[in-house]
Design a protein around this ligand. Structure first.
Ligand SMILES: [Zn+2]
Ligand SMILES: [Zn+2]
Length: 353
């Protein structure tokens, strides 16, 4: 993610900031330009136009601003949430606030990557999130995607529950943001690759397999037998082995992990001196965000050094690796395909002034 500055005192603030930690200014995030503005009396002056704070600011700590031309009270990120817990499910609603925060990060990144982004409000079959809690409902909520609608179990935002599942499933990584990135991968495969006459479909099938294979059979097989012994040779995760759709969605999620982490590092001015690392005297690495269509190799090389660095940092703190995955040549080809899908779908992005 980019680095943001306080509009009043210019000090670095995070994407989630409501009030500047240094000067105390009340600030709001302006989604079209990805910039922060000072809020006075519940509204921010954006080039002479008054943008209101989001109605979810207090309850959800949403710091996004609302376009006055829309006549709405909630920001754009809220327009993707279709189903939600009822008003009396207070514990579940708290989890919705947590999850809505990760959703804003997701929406921001998709927009920043220039991917087509439409809410179900504006177009039938476009992106929608149904967010329910399996605890509040008393029955399982299956995380998944169908026809633009992504279902999320809010109970997974409970750390103890999510961590238990992670261990039970033998996963090295499990987060709410990871779920969102994975599920939205299904959505983008459906609209960008599987669209009628899609030029990328044949290549996709060659790399990931034929997505027309029975999904219900694949689930049954996966939960009965697990992943094949040699899954590491061709997949980023065990879950990716289940069905071609899951393989693509896993790779899509990893693509979002890589691009966001590298942008954060690059936007903070990070440079890695590979010459400092024994037996390697390559050029310095300066991770960035905008790797063009032909720069996937560079991106992967940069990522190798960035993730190696952050894994070492985490171990220095006695924690698990930041990125506990291996990208071998087969997986790299799949990620290169995702890069192609994303960069060829890119619309012109408004650059922040
Ligand atoms: Zn400030
Ligand atoms: Zn909002």
């Amino acid at each position: 993610m980019r680095s943001f500055g306080c509009p009043q005192c210019r000090i670095n603030i995070s994407f989630e900031t409501l009030n500047c930690w240094s000067c105390g200014a009340k600030v709001g995030f302006h989604p079209p330009t990805h910039r922060f503005y000072v809020i006075d009396d519940d509204a921010a002056d954006v080039d002479g136009v008054s943008w209101e704070e989001c109605a979810n600011r207090r309850e959800w700590a949403c710091n996004w601003l609302v376009d006055p031309a829309t006549g709405r009270t909630m920001c754009d990120s809220a327009r993707y949430i279709r189903g939600r817990p009822s008003a009396d499910e207070t514990a579940a609603l708290e989890k919705l606030a947590d999850t809505a925060h990760w959703l804003r990060r997701l929406i921001y990144q998709l927009d920043h990557l220039g991917l087509p982004l439409e809410s179900y409000h504006d177009k039938e079959g476009a992106l929608a999130f149904d967010m329910f809690s399996s605890i509040a409902l008393g029955h399982p909520v299956t995380i998944g995607h169908a026809n633009g609608v992504i279902t999320i179990d809010l109970a997974e935002s409970l750390d103890d529950r999510r961590e238990r599942l992670r261990i039970q499933l033998g996963e090295p990584y499990r987060t709410m943001l990871g779920h969102l990135r994975h599920e939205v991968g299904h959505y983008y495969e459906s609209i960008l690759v599987e669209k009628p006459g899609g030029e990328l479909l044949d290549e996709c099938r060659e790399l990931f397999g034929d997505e027309r294979a029975s999904y219900s059979d694949a689930i049954k097989h996966h939960y009965k037998y697990g992943a094949p012994q040699d899954w590491r040779d061709s997949y980023i995760s065990e879950y990716a082995t289940m069905h071609p759709w899951e393989d693509f969605a896993e790779c899509f999620a990893h693509y979002l992990h890589l691009t966001d982490t590298m942008e954060t590092a690059g936007a903070s001015g990070m440079m890695l001196s590979t010459a400092r690392i024994n037996d390697y005297d390559g050029p310095p690495i300066s991770p960035r965000f905008d790797y063009g269509p032909e720069h996937f190799e560079v991106m992967l090389e940069d990522w190798f050094w960035v993730k190696t660095f952050f894994n070492r940092i985490n171990r220095s703190m006695g924690d698990r690796d930041l990125y506990p995955f291996e990208i071998n040549d087969v997986v790299a080809r799949k990620l290169a395909f995702v890069h192609k899908v994303v960069t060829s779908a890119k619309r012109p992005v408004q650059q922040p002034a």
